[in-house]
Design a protein around this ligand. Structure first.
Ligand SMILES: Cc1cc2nc3c(=O)[nH]c(=O)nc-3n(C[C@H](O)[C@H](O)[C@H](O)COP(=O)(O)O)c2cc1C
Ligand SMILES: [Mn+2]
Length: 472
């Protein structure tokens, strides 16, 4: 049997049994589900949770799957320590999709008056969201020039029982493809894919070099081809093992008010005129599992960060093989701040890594470059390097008026009078200089006890409990 959401859930149950929880009690779709996840997050807990009884729906709801790196590592058959490197490696090894003629996604087919989004346990995530949102349904579309299928994860607002508002960042392929259809005066067929092996949603966040290829990346990450099958009402190949597929049409000449929505910077942003999907069919398994991402919380940040880090290390390595690791820390929402480590051979080499990263991921605003003796997943070490190896006069680069993230409250438009998607990039080069320059001396060595002596020490052989009382 091919891999899918269910095979993954069974794997988690077996290998990480504390990380999957069930709720049988009836819960409200407006805020009760998300309140439980927020409370757990505040307590430092990140299980994924299956809600079997969301009021108004017979379909169970899975949330928080992507809320920690252990579970994402399991999905790509890696471990948390090597996850970025492994993601990049597997992202490179694309496996072509395999076309099949039957699959469970066709168990139930709803068309015409049967189409009704209200059958699903779609939730309102945060207090001031404009409405209920589908947040774990990547949208598939075809590049009209090549016929290649592109998959991107974009938020979808429930606007009626058969309409979904579609919000795409102007820097993303999905937007540029939609623009092609608009210029051609044509409508764009789409399919929203809900619930599959986590590699499908991860690939839809990857930063790929061309339009399309995400399902081939999912195959590479999963280690086997994604099986696909013809859509019912759209000329797209959709995954046969998907829990739910929502097919539809976007007329890119038309827009509608969409948003706000609690987004990854953890603010409500992004209200505006957007395209929308008119649903033409819903196909699904007999007993489907509906999945959502806990927006503006850890899951949103972590699920967003890993694929981008994997793409970054792969794409920087293609130009600069000396790169050793990449982190998009949660303290930057998993998007804004990027730490890159590398083994530098020439002065100025590190800056090349920064230029590539800024070109690949428009959301990055602050980039900190460090040597390979710094663990980029240890912020204490990164900030220590910044404190001791960086001087703003020589080591800070500021780039104005770059494309950035429209979801960050400080972003502006070209006139500087309005909010927009432009921002000021900063590169902090916290690497040591390669050429000696401090009075001809090399960069000072880090102060440590002789390593061969430290290695031999077994503290327990020295340390005993303190039993005596001190004379006062
Ligand atoms: C949970 C989550 C939600 C996202 N929502 C959106 C969104 O609403 N709009 C958007 O443009 N990108 C969103 N993204 C980021 C895109 O999925 C990502 O930039 C992707 O690479 C776009 O693919 P594309 O370039 O093929 O369009 C989201 C990412 C995550 C992890
Ligand atoms: Mn793409």
């Amino acid at each position: 049997m091919s891999k899918n959401l269910r095979t993954y859930l069974n794997q988690v149950k077996k290998l990480l049994p504390d990380q999957i929880k069930i709720v049988d009690k009836e819960v409200e779709p407006e805020f009760e589900v998300s309140a439980i996840i927020e409370k757990l997050e505040n307590q430092g807990e990140s299980p994924m949770v299956l809600f079997n009884n969301v009021k108004g729906s017979k379909i169970p709801l899975l949330i928080n799957l992507g809320a920690n790196y252990d579970r994402l590592a399991l999905a790509i058959d890696s471990d948390t320590k090597n996850i970025v490197f492994e993601y990049g490696k597997k992202e490179q090894n694309r496996i072509l999709v395999k076309e099949v003629s039957t699959g469970p996604v066709k168990d139930i087919i709803l068309k015409g008056s049967e189409i009704n989004l209200n059958i699903f346990p779609i939730i309102k995530h945060n207090a001031e969201d404009a409405g209920k949102y589908i947040s774990a349904g990547p949208t598939l579309m075809k590049d009209p020039d090549t016929g290649n299928q592109n998959l991107g994860l974009y938020r979808l607002q429930v606007q009626s029982k058969d309409e979904l508002g579609l919000f795409i960042n102007p820097a993303n392929h999905g937007f540029l493809i939609g623009e092609k259809y608009r210029e051609l005066g044509q409508k764009m067929e789409v399919a929203v894919l809900i619930g599959h092996h986590p590699t499908v949603i991860m690939s839809s966040v990857s930063k790929l070099e061309n339009y399309g290829g995400e399902l081939e990346v999912a195959g590479g990450l999963m280690g086997e081809a994604v099986e696909v099958i013809k859509g019912e009402t759209v000329d797209l190949r959709v995954p046969a093992e998907q829990e739910i597929v929502i097919e539809g049409i976007v007329d890119p000449q038309l827009t509608r008010d969409e948003g706000p929505f609690g987004e990854w910077p953890r603010y409500y942003t992004g209200r505006g005129e957007r395209w929308f999907i008119k649903i033409t069919a819903i196909t699904m398994r007999k007993n489907p599992i509906y999945q959502t991402v806990m927006a503006a919380h850890d899951e949103h940040n972590i699920l967003g960060a890993l694929p981008i880090m994997g793409s970054l290390i792969r794409r920087i390595k293609a130009v600069l093989p000396t790169v050793t690791n990449v982190n998009l820390p949660l303290s930057g929402g998993g998007r804004v701040r990027c730490y890159i480590s590398l083994k530098q051979h020439s002065d100025g080499e590190a800056k090349q890594a920064a230029f590539i990263a800024l070109a690949v991921v428009p959301n990055i605003k602050h980039l900190i470059l460090v040597d390979d003796d710094i663990d980029v997943f240890n912020e204490k070490q990164v900030l220590w390097a910044l404190s001791t190896r960086f001087d703003a006069r020589e080591d800070l680069i500021m780039m104005k008026n770059c494309i950035g993230s429209h979801l960050i409250p400080t972003a502006f438009d070209i006139t500087k009078q309005k909010h927009g998607n432009m921002e000021t990039k900063l590169i902090f080069d916290a690497t040591r200089n390669v050429t000696p320059h401090l009075n001809g001396k090399p960069f000072p060595k880090m102060a440590r006890v002789p390593v061969e002596i430290v290695n031999k020490i077994v503290p327990e052989e020295y340390l005993k409990e303190c039993t005596k009382n001190f004379e006062e």
